[in-house]
Structure formats: C-alpha cells, structure tokens
Design a protein around this ligand. Structure first.
Ligand code: PGA
Length: 248
C-alpha cells in the first residue's frame, strides 16, 4: 500500500513567530493516522523541527543546492538540511523553474545530491495552461519525468514522491477537476510502470497540487491514483490545512 500524504508548502510566507504558531496549531491537533509534511521557509526549519514529532508530522525544505558545500553564496545544501532533521525536499516546483530558470538538467543534479544525503524528494511536475489547452499535457509531463527521475535506478525511486501541479491551478483558485487530475495521475503511474516496473509504479505516492482546499480535497483524494496533496495557500491557515488533512 502506498503512503497517503498531505504536504504544506508555505513558500515565502510567515515571519518566524507566525510560522511557529502555525506549526504548533497543527501539532496540537494530534494527527495520529495521516502522514503530514510541513515545508516552511529555511529560516523556520530548526524551530519547526523542535516542535514536530517526526512520527506523523515530518519536516521538508523548499529547495536545496546541487552541491554539498562550497563557494555558493546564499545557498543551502542537502547535507545542511539533513543535519537539522529535514527529511524531505521539494525539487522542480514550477515557481523555481519559472523564476529561477531551473532546468531539468539542474533538477536532476539536485535530486541526486538530495538522495545521496538521505533526503526524500518531492518532485513537482505540471504543465502551463497553453499546453493544457492544446491537450498536450501528458507528453509535457512525461518529458519532465524522462529528463529527471527516469534517469534514476528503480531502487532510488522509492525515495521520490511525485507532485503533479498544473501551473494554471497554482494559486489561481482554478483547481483541476478530479477527473482531469485522476487521468494524468493514472498516466504518470503508467509511465512509471513502463519505465521501471509495476511495483515501483504502485508504491510511488502521487500528490495533487494547485488550489487544493477544504471544499475540493475530498473528491480529489478519493480518486484511485491521487495519494494526497501538496497544498500552498490553504496550508497557511491551520484550520484549512487540518480540514484538508481530515479528508485524506
Ligand atoms: P496553491 O499552491 O495550493 O496555493 O495553489 C500549491 C503549490 O504551489 O504547491
């Protein structure tokens, strides 16, 4: 059985105190049977790591560098993250691909370094609106996978969670319909099975992200190939985030 997960990507939001308050509110809600990953900004990681239990609530980072250390002013490495109790790292988020020009080649280097430092990777993929309108989303996402995680050996893929996040749905309030999301999740799973094997495909969690909120989470999560969500905006309000977790 693959894992069901809800991850909250706080992006560049909350001050340190606000972040700790948010984490505390989530921890206090006593989530016993769901897996939750909190992904705060770098400055909050250590503080949040002191609050969470690492049994049901885990810590993730929003990015890491492709090298372990060196002369890269302003950057944070996978090794540093692991050393403070981070278990997961987001790689390939569309905001990093767009604003920071991160290419598949670079993302693959980051993935390899993260895995080598015992971080699990939440790998994001997803198409822009123009591609969806042309109905070329499957090919587009497949290419994103071919250029990155398909270069890994099958035994490494067990440390990858895939997050399908259509760019047109991120922060827009426009969610993919459960049917649209389920179709592409099934397509991704099929592609994993073709490239690796059935066991790898069946055990990889594929999360949906893009304006997922309390009102639409249940229907999305009830689809057979949707194993949870990567939540942006709604992860910044404890009640909304907890309500989404409840629906997993
Ligand atoms: P959103 O963001 O939930 O605010 O659309 C999702 C994400 O970017 O991970």
């Amino acid at each position: 059985m693959r894992q069901k997960i809800v991850a909250g990507n706080w992006k560049m939001n909350t001050t340190y105190d606000e972040g700790l308050q948010l984490a505390n509110a989530i921890v206090k809600a006593s989530i016993y049977d769901k897996k939750v990953i909190l992904i705060p900004p770098f400055t909050h990681l250590k503080g949040v790591s002191n609050i969470i239990n690492n049994k049901t609530i885990f810590l993730g980072a929003q990015n890491c560098h492709w090298e372990e250390y060196g002369a890269y002013t302003g950057e944070i490495s996978a090794k540093m993250l692991r050393s403070i109790g981070v278990y997961y790292v987001l790689i390939g988020h569309s905001e990093r691909r767009i604003h920071f020009k991160e290419t598949s080649e670079l993302l693959l280097r980051k993935i390899r370094t993260a895995l080598a430092n015992e971080l699990k990777v939440i790998f994001c993929c997803g198409e822009p609106e123009s591609v969806r309108n042309e109905l070329k989303h499957n090919e587009y996402v497949k290419k994103q996978l071919e250029e990155t995680i398909f270069h890994l050996p099958a035994q490494e893929v067990k440390n990858i969670i895939i997050a399908y996040e259509p760019i047109w749905a991120i922060g827009t309030g426009k969610t993919a319909t459960p049917k649209q999301a389920e179709e592409i999740h099934a397509f991704i799973r099929h592609a994993l099975s073709d490239k690796f094997d059935m066991t790898t495909a069946e055990s990889t969690s594929i999360l949906y992200g893009g304006s997922c909120k309390p009102e639409n989470a249940k229907e999305l999560f009830s689809q057979p190939n949707i194993d949870g969500g990567l939540i942006g905006g709604a992860s910044l309000k404890a009640q909304e985030f907890l309500s989404i977790i409840d629906q997993l």
